[in-house]
Ligand binder design. Structure first.
Ligand SMILES: Cc1cc2nc3c(=O)[nH]c(=O)nc-3n(C[C@H](O)[C@H](O)[C@H](O)COP(=O)(O)OP(=O)(O)OC[C@H]3O[C@@H](n4cnc5c(N)ncnc54)[C@H](O)[C@@H]3O)c2cc1C
Length: 392
């Protein structure tokens, strides 16, 4: 039970990391508590197309729907429709995650499913082993030079390494999603519904899986007084929009918000994906960050094992610095935007949708400059100026 690297969690972050390490010729064990990577799915499965295609060549079997339209529905029937040919994809996450894990195995990674990592053990200034509980309850210890925590939002591995796990209510969104079948939806269009009566301090999504099925979900900030009504709000919406549809799946979860750069590494433990809180705090999207952080962490671990970086502080330049150089600012901005968003009332939503309608009727969606857009919004709707303080 000695490996160069042990990866805990075979989600997109862990499998990408394991693939990089195995592909570089090093020994890597990846463990997952599930029976099969990718199942069950805890995700609305949407990815933005340009960053996704920068990271991977999508296989047709991963794609349930190609998105070319975005509809934002505000209170009192206000609506914004954006056409964007390359907007995104709705994935089949169960197939996608399974294939990514398979690619890692093909590259030489040893995958052990139904195996739970419970804690890390330290020797001197670094971790040297992890306790694993296998399918029949037997406990073992496996040793490695580098560990990668890719075990999702609740990361017991980051916690056992002494990182604050901070799933405090203030820092999370509560999500509930139904998979609906026997409905009629536009398979090229994702919908976001906003406003106090539909999604207080949050938003509701309709992501098509085909012309007759969709992920319909609601995410609202956990401390909201309405959070206990998540199910009632979602059922109300479904009843109004998709009465007669069949609920074939239900997913709920907490999505943590970004906590800054300190959660990505401690000693020889690299933390990736949701375990590192590398999520867009506004929408809860984390697939792209999981893939990207997994790749950079895998490359950093491989470089360390190969002796191309010889001390742990030097690894920091490869991971997390490389990831944060690309994504850090964006994640921090989304966190600020979340604070602005939570302070919007129905009047603000209507104002913003109206102003965006004006903006997009004159501009291509390819050339959107977020800063200029914000200035334009505040200039035409001065009362939105009060929201800027939540950005500071
Ligand atoms: C309802 C919902 C909807 C979402 N919708 C979207 C969306 O539309 N688009 C988007 O980009 N993101 C979305 N997300 C977020 C997205 O699912 C995550 O960001 C992404 O899955 C992160 O990948 P990961 O590899 O870091 O973690 P995960 O995918 O969570 O994988 C972690 C893996 O670790 C395993 N594991 C956990 N603990 C242990 C342990 N102790 N031992 C062994 N194995 C362990 C788990 O079984 C799992 O396989 C959504 C999340 C939720 C909850």
């Amino acid at each position: 039970m000695k490996y160069d690297v042990i990866v805990i969690g075979a989600g997109p972050a862990g499998s990408t990391a394991a693939y990089e390490i195995a592909g570089a010729g090093h020994s890597v064990l990846m463990v997952d508590r599930r029976e099969r990577p990718g199942t069950p799915v805890y995700c609305a499965e949407a990815v933005s197309r340009p960053p996704f295609e920068k990271l991977l060549q999508p296989k047709p079997e991963w794609i349930c729907a190609s998105i070319e339209k975005i509809r934002i529905v505000g209170p009192h029937g206000s609506e914004l429709n954006i056409h964007h040919k390359d907007a995104g994809y709705i994935l089949d996450r169960s197939r996608f995650d399974y294939d990514l894990a398979g690619q890692a195995v093909e590259a030489g990674c040893q995958l052990e499913c139904r195996t739970i990592a419970t804690r890390l053990f330290r020797k001197g200034d670094r971790f040297n082993s992890v306790e694993l509980t296998g399918p029949t309850g037997e406990r073992t210890r496996a040793e490695a030079s580098v560990f990668i925590a890719a075990d999702g939002a609740e990361s017991v591995i980051a916690r056992s390494a002494g990182m604050r796990n901070g799933l405090e209510l203030e820092e999370t969104e509560s999500l509930l999603q139904y998979r609906l079948e026997d409905i009629s939806v536009d398979p090229e269009c994702v919908e976001f519904h906003m406003g106090n009566s539909v999604a207080p301090e949050g938003y509701l999504w309709v992501f098509p899986k085909s012309a007759s099925s969709a992920n319909v979900g609601l995410g609202i900030s956990t401390p909201s007084k309405r959070s206990e009504k998540l199910e009632i709000l979602l059922r109300d919406f479904i009843e109004r929009g998709f009465g007669g549809g069949k609920v074939v799946g239900k997913t709920c979860g907490l999505v943590p918000k970004y906590q800054g750069k300190d959660r990505f590494r401690t000693a020889n433990l690299l933390v990736v994906g949701d375990a590192a809180r590398a999520l867009d705090s506004l929408t809860g999207a984390g697939i792209i960050s999981a893939l990207m952080s997994g790749r950079y962490a895998g490359q950093a671990a491989a470089a360390y094992i190969a002796g191309r970086v010889n001390d742990l502080d030097a690894i920091e330049h490869l991971y997390p610095k490389r990831f944060l150089d690309v994504k850090g600012e964006e994640l921090a901005i989304y966190l600020k935007l979340r604070n602005v968003y939570r302070n919007l009332n129905d009047g603000d939503f209507s104002d913003i949708i109206e102003a965006l309608n004006e903006h997009f009727s004159n501009n291509s969606v390819y050339g959107v400059n977020a800063g200029r857009l914000l200035i334009g919004l505040v200039r035409t709707r001065p009362r939105l100026l009060r929201l800027i303080r939540h950005l500071l």
